[in-house]
Ligand binder design. Structure first.
Ligand code: NAD
Length: 474
């Protein structure tokens, strides 16, 4: 990767201080190396985006929508290569890599349709006589987009598609751990003849991210990642009083009531914690089990964890791959050590398989006290902690007792109860009798420490639009 940065329509060599080594996590071996973008290159990218803004925001909506649909088409054309790259660089099983690709395609198509059907100008009904007023939606301007490594294709699409649809110009900073996936967006932009400077991609570690988030030339910053970095990004935005969208961490509950079919519940629970090897902000890592189903559920869950096939997605038939980075593997194995020190009861996993690569066995701890670090903190790995409850009110209280508020799942045959519980949960998204189903028409984002703002749906577009009113005296 000699020219990984896409700035002002050109592919450039990195001039930053960091060498980024990209790995195949199933083998723990390097597959590519690149040099990060320097602060000066971030500056060039922001300048290019600023220069391109008047042209892009004046581009007729129908043309912008057509380009978004072409993005979707080009992603589809590159389907097999992108699926393989996600398997190789993220360690995703094939079926998960396919879902990510489909999600990115759907996102570009959705925002193409939404921007075309949304009137740019709307008359306002005024109670006061003698005036007219209209609402006008304008692009926010030049936006910085900083993304993590767990769903690179998807997280970038959720930001890029609405930003481009709204008429914003973009500087995208992919994660240093998975920087190859987002190169595709630059290649597509180049192939489609997107005006130069509309999309710029600068890759790097924290220094490159900070150069972008601290840049005075941005009109908005949208960030997905950890709470620690999210706070820094927000401080930088405060210096210029500019808006931020923050999609941060989670410690989400799965509530299972005793009227559930235990076999069905086990399928949902396993998917909620082992999809993407648990590296999901929305992992339902706290399982709340109603007393009456515990005896039936826990042995089934233990058997299901033990039966999961963990391995290399490129060479084995698997249910779960490795963790994506060595740093993440170290973090998760530290939590397994905390669990041993805390004396938690482990019914599955709790260890790492004896093989090369960054693997962790699917892990189940039962009856975890709420004082445990594993109950309170985001682990970001396939580690599930359970507790029991007897009443609906107890379940709600346990689920809401968290500094995070991203998602929750409620499993119950009593749909009125499930809806009631969903309404009482302090989170951004609740799934009833389903798991991790994210539709582009709904919203994504959290309450409390899980973030600020919403992606997807019309809210995802509004995040890149500024509201103006023109009021006229007749
Ligand atoms: P991270 O915060 O370490 O990194 C995220 C991005 O920020 C990367 O591109 C990184 O290079 C960049 N960065 C690092 N330091 C920076 C700085 N000082 N200034 C600006 N940018 C900087 O997070 P991660 O480890 O890549 O991702 C895992 C975290 O992301 C988890 O906490 C997870 O819950 C969260 N996440 C949230 C969502 C959501 O939608 N809520 C989705 C995915 C991941």
């Amino acid at each position: 990767m000699h020219t990984p940065h896409y700035i002002n329509g050109q592919w450039l060599t990195g001039e930053g201080d960091d060498v980024l080594v990209v790995h195949d996590p199933a083998l723990g071996q390097p597959i590519a190396e690149l040099i990060s973008a320097s602060a000066a290159q971030v500056d060039q990218a922001v300048a290019a985006a600023r220069l391109a803004l008047p042209v892009w925001k004046a581009t007729p909506v129908a043309e912008r929508a057509a380009i978004l649909r072409q993005f979707a088409g080009q992603l589809t054309q590159r389907r097999e290569a992108l699926i393989t790259l996600q398997m190789r660089n993220n360690g995703k099983p094939r079926h998960e890599a396919e879902v990510d690709l489909d999600d990115a395609v759907a996102t570009f198509n959705y925002y193409a349709n939404l921007i075309e059907t949304q009137p740019a100008d709307r008359q306002v009904e005024l109670a006061a006589p003698g005036f007219t007023a209209r609402t006008r939606l304008e692009p926010v301007g030049v936006v910085g987009l900083i993304v993590p490594w767990n769903f690179p294709l998807v997280t970038s699409a959720w930001k890029l598609a609405p930003a481009l649809a709204a008429g914003c110009t973009v500087v995208l900073k992919p994660s240093e751990i998975t920087p190859l996936i987002e190169q595709t967006y630059g290649q597509i932009a180049e192939q489609l003849g997107l005006p130069v400077g509309v999309l710029n991609i600068v890759t790097g570690k924290a220094a490159t991210g900070a150069a972008l988030s601290e840049h005075r030339g941005l009109d908005k910053l949208s960030f997905t990642g950890s709470n620690g970095v999210g706070s820094q990004v927000m401080r930088s935005a405060a210096a210029y009083c500019r808006p931020v969208t923050l999609e941060l961490g989670g410690k989400s509950a799965f509530i299972v009531f005793d009227d559930c079919d235990p076999d069905q519940a086990v399928d949902w629970i396993v998917a909620g914690i082992c999809w993407n090897a648990g590296q999901m902000c929305s992992a339902t890592s706290r399982l709340l089990i109603q007393e009456g189903i515990a005896e039936a559920l826990i042995p089934r869950l233990q058997a299901a964890f033990a039966a999961l096939r963990v391995g290399n997605p490129l060479t084995e038939d698997i249910d779960m791959g490795p963790l994506t980075s060595e740093a993440q593997w170290q973090k998760v194995t530290e939590y397994l050590a905390f669990a041993r020190n805390e004396g938690l009861q482990c019914l599955a996993g709790g260890s790492v398989p004896q093989r090369a690569g960054w693997f962790v066995s699917p892990t189940l701890y039962v009856d975890v006290p709420d004082s445990s670090r594993l109950w309170q903190e985001e682990i970001f790995g396939p580690v599930l902690c359970t507790r029991r409850f007897s009443t609906e009110q107890q379940a709600i209280a346990l689920a809401n007792d968290s500094r995070f508020g991203l998602v929750a799942t409620v499993a119950s045959a009593d749909l009125r109860r499930a809806e009631r519980v969903a309404d009482a949960l302090e989170v951004g998204h609740v799934w009833i009798n389903s798991v991790q189903a994210v539709f582009v028409e709904t919203s994504w984002g959290g309450t409390k420490a899980s973030g600020i703002g919403r992606e997807l749906g019309p809210w995802g577009l509004a995040a890149y639009q500024s509201v103006k009113h023109v009021t006229r005296c007749l």
